[in-house]
Design a protein around this ligand. Structure first.
Ligand SMILES: Cc1cc2nc3c(=O)[nH]c(=O)nc-3n(C[C@H](O)[C@H](O)[C@H](O)COP(=O)(O)OP(=O)(O)OC[C@H]3O[C@@H](n4cnc5c(N)ncnc54)[C@H](O)[C@@H]3O)c2cc1C
Length: 419
């Protein structure tokens, strides 16, 4: 190691302080496992990454003791998910019918969730955060040997973190995944990208996450703290560059055509292309999620369309499922791929089911084929009025398999180190 490289040693090195990384860190710390988080950004004021949390993710945060504090930082409850068209309401899903304490979608800025998770991590022994450092390589004794840490660089110089397991929680363009040689082929099953921006909304909270299918494309709207409306306008996949060449006025006109009631506020707020955030929508699943000394969680393992707000939800649920697997592996002193495989075995079918469901939702809501046009009102009636409605809503909210946070493993003391 060179004189300018700082060396750290821990049980688990988590790469990425997003929802997946910080939830994993807190779960492990609560069970007496040492964690060092390496994060590229210097703070948590990340660019817009979506705010809508499904009840399943809220439940994980709640069991971690981080939901109330995150909510106190500012949020909005959305009791309904609604799809409208130029001829009126097509679908109106009442989340309140799901029952329980988390009977709503939660619009909560990601920085609020992350700040709360981080505050809890900082209270626990064995935690370290290496902020403002990007992971550049994985530490291995031989090219095919087990991963035993990471090397990261940042303004403060280089850092080497030695760990018994590395958790790649570094998002949809995961460096850890690439360094491990794991492929995650893109699947362009969604034919739209989304342009996001916020507008003032003086009429007060709508309490609704809405998708409007207008002639000018679909527009997503929902309330955001502290009193604005988040807008996502869908445009044909890969078309943004051409559109941007025609200037911001053109974009404003198109959004106004798609949802005329927004035209005035959009004209007042969207002044330049810098006011817009483009989400390049694609789906992807990594070929494998575990290797010797390595695990992938959240977007680095699987990337989703924003439809159905599954990204943060699934990331938090991944962390909950990984927790007992890592606890057992570290306790046994064996962190090879077979000791970690239980995580992928349990999680992959649930994630695949969520992916398939998103694709079906996308085709049903936005499909232009005759079958979709014929089936749309039939499905809408079944969802709104029939017994299928609460079941489908519950499935979107919590996933196909219930996720349990193993609070019985909290406070179990330090996990034994191998001899
Ligand atoms: C514009 C947009 C809107 C979205 N809307 C929603 C929504 O409404 N609801 C929803 O559920 N999901 C939404 N998503 C998806 C959601 O943001 C992700 O699914 C979720 O954040 C995944 O969490 P994660 O922790 O796996 O990854 P991320 O949140 O992406 O976190 C990864 C972290 O790793 C860090 N990192 C990356 N590379 C390195 C490196 N080499 N070294 C160190 N650190 C690194 C990053 O800085 C980042 O902090 C949206 C995404 C985008 C981009």
């Amino acid at each position: 190691m060179s004189g300018t490289t700082r060396g750290l040693r821990t049980d688990v090195c988590v790469v990425g302080a997003g929802p997946a990384g910080l939830a994993t860190a807190l779960l492990l710390l609560r069970s007496g496992i040492g964690v060092t988080v390496v994060e590229r950004a210097g703070d948590l004021h990340r660019e817009f990454r979506g705010d809508v949390l499904q009840p399943g993710g809220a439940l994980v945060l709640d069991r971690l003791g981080a939901l109330a504090g995150a909510r106190d930082r500012g949020c909005r409850e959305l009791g309904r998910f609604c799809v409208t068209g130029d001829r009126g309401v097509l679908l109106d899903v009442d989340y309140r019918r799901t029952g329980g304490p988390h009977d709503h979608l939660l619009s909560i800025p990601q920085p609020h969730v992350l700040a709360e998770l981080l505050a809890h991590c900082r209270e626990l022994p064995g935690f370290d955060l290496v902020g403002g450092h990007s992971v550049r390589s994985l530490l291995r004794d031989t090219p095919d040997g087990p991963v035993r840490g990471v090397r990261a660089t940042g303004a403060g110089g280089a850092v080497e973190v030695e760990a018994r397991v590395v958790v790649g929680a570094d998002g949809r363009f995961s460096k850890v995944r690439a360094l491990a040689g794991i492929d995650a082929p893109r699947q362009h099953v969604f034919d739209s990208d989304v342009l996001w921006f916020r507008v003032p909304w003086p009429d007060g909270p709508t309490g609704t996450a809405r998708i409007h299918r207008g002639a000018g494309g679909a527009v997503i709207t929902y309330d955001v703290h502290p009193g604005e409306l988040q807008v996502g306008w869908s445009l044909p996949h890969g078309s943004y560059r051409d559109l941007a060449r025609q200037g911001v006025e053109h974009v404003r006109d198109l959004v106004g055509q798609a949802l005329p009631e927004l035209a005035d506020v959009v004209a007042g707020r969207v002044r330049s292309l810098q006011d817009l955030t483009l989400l390049d929508v694609f789906g992807a699943r990594a070929d494998r999620w575990v290797d010797d000394g390595l695990v992938l969680v959240g977007d680095s393992a699987h990337t989703h369309s924003p439809l159905g707000a599954q990204g943060i939800n699934l990331a938090l649920q991944d962390a909950a499922v990984l927790h007992p697997v890592l606890h057992a592996a570290l306790g046994s002193g064996r962190c090879d791929r077979s000791a970690l495989a239980g995580y992928e075995r349990e999680r992959r079918p649930a994630v695949e089911a969520a992916f398939r469901f998103q694709v079906a939702q996308s085709r049903m809501l936005f499909g232009r084929r005759r079958l979709a046009r014929v089936l749309r009102p039939v499905v809408a009636r079944a969802v709104v009025g029939g017994p299928l409605g609460p079941r489908l809503t519950h499935r979107v909210a919590h996933g196909s398999r219930p996720v349990v946070v193993r609070a019985d493993l909290f406070g179990t003391g330090a996990v034994p180190q191998p001899a």
